[in-house]
Design a protein around this ligand. Structure first.
Ligand code: EPU
Length: 340
């Protein structure tokens, strides 16, 4: 039996610690709970918002008119294995880092670089989370999702998900149509680390580690993250606020004429220009404006210094976007989900 509550403050459920009240709120711990919540919303003609860890979400000060469904469906199990690989299935309300931790403890390899990304397992495929040269798609096998309209479970293989840079079909054509219920990763039984990201190389060299094991890779990732990214439980934030800008080679050449030192990395089509660099060049890095600011070590992260309103974050984001557009002619895209 689910317990639908009224007028629940949502700031307590987001890592930004921002958000007005939800008209209705329910925490679910099973598929049956989810189906009950979906029928309730349908019967009562309420909009639905799913919340996992609330780590990539900015909720408006007005809150949400409808039913917020907080995903607390947990569990991790080994569903298949062969000589080379294991298939780990995790329920979508499980904490993503618990899943990576579980894999590392059991010597299942491949997800190390994704350690400590805040959020739930269900949010990971939604935007194909990524860090330090690895993306979810590299370890992803399949997922099960519940169709919101019918309550029915459907399986999606990797190719069905249309993964891209911080993108999946669940942010595109199937937006608001499915609830991700479980995710199955395929992990290796023998180590195969991805260590070419500059900061990883640098940290390993500093520590004089040549052939790292999984625990060492994870501890290097932890060190890099802690040195650059604010811990949301200490300084509320939602990670990268913007996506890096994907531009063509021709656009890069044009940009280089005016800004010869522009940073860029190869991307699927053309190059990615780091938004952190663009924002820093506009002079925003480390700035504090009232209760919000731009983190001093990573200009992609906007921070709530205590009691900030969503409107203040949005104003700051607008200022940043305007400046980047007028200086570089580039339009920054939001990486976070803004719930108006
Ligand atoms: N840079 C700056 N100034 C800054 C920040 C970055 O000049 O303030 C430059 C750096 O010098 C570096 C380049 O930008 O040359 C890339 O910086 P970094 O390695 O810190 O990564 P990022 O591209 O800024 C992305 C992800 C992060 C992820 C890191 C590491 C996006 C939107 N963000 O940031 O993901 O942790 O790479 O792989 O793609 C997140 O999604 O919430 C997130 C934190």
């Amino acid at each position: 039996m689910i317990n639908i509550q009224k007028k629940i403050r949502l700031d307590q459920y987001t890592t930004f610690k921002i958000g007005g009240p939800a008209d209705f709120f329910v925490a679910i711990t099973s598929l049956a709970d989810l189906q009950e919540a979906l029928s309730w919303a349908q019967k009562n003609k309420q909009n639905i918002l799913f919340l996992g860890g609330g780590s990539n979400t900015l909720i408006s000060d007005r809150g949400f008119r409808g039913l917020v469904i907080k995903n607390e469906i947990s569990g991790i199990e080994l569903v298949r294995e062969n000589a080379k690989a294991v298939w780990l299935k995790a329920q979508s309300g499980e904490w993503w880092s618990s899943l990576v931790n579980h894999a590392v403890l059991h010597n299942y390899y491949g997800a190390e670089n994704l350690f400590l990304i805040p959020g739930t397992v269900g949010a990971a495929p939604m935007q194909n989370i990524g860090a330090y040269g690895v993306e979810l798609k590299d370890v992803f096998c399949s997922l099960e999702a519940v169709e919101i309209r019918t309550g029915k479970l459907k399986k999606f293989n990797k190719a069905d998900c249309d993964f891209g840079y911080r993108y999946s079909i669940f942010k595109g054509k199937l937006k608001h149509k499915y609830f991700i219920y479980s995710v199955t990763l395929k992990l290796n039984k023998t180590p195969k680390f991805k260590l070419d990201y500059g900061d990883i190389q640098k940290t390993l060299a500093e520590k004089k580690i040549i052939n790292p094991n999984a625990r060492e890779v994870v501890s290097v990732i932890m060190e890099i993250r802690n040195s650059k990214l604010p811990n949301p439980s200490v300084l509320p934030n939602a990670g990268s606020f913007f996506k890096n800008s994907e531009i063509s080679l021709a656009a890069l050449k044009k940009l280089q004429k005016k800004f010869p030192d522009v940073k860029f990395f190869p991307a699927t089509k053309g190059v990615k220009v780091p938004a952190g660099w663009l924002i820093e060049q506009c002079g925003f890095k480390g700035k504090v404006i009232g209760k919000v600011g731009i983190h001093e070590k990573q200009a992609l992260v906007l921070v709530n210094y205590g009691g900030a309103k969503a409107s203040q974050v949005i104003n700051l984001a607008d200022k940043i976007m305007t400046c980047v557009r007028s200086k570089f002619g580039l339009k920054l895209e939001c990486e976070i989900n803004y719930i108006e």
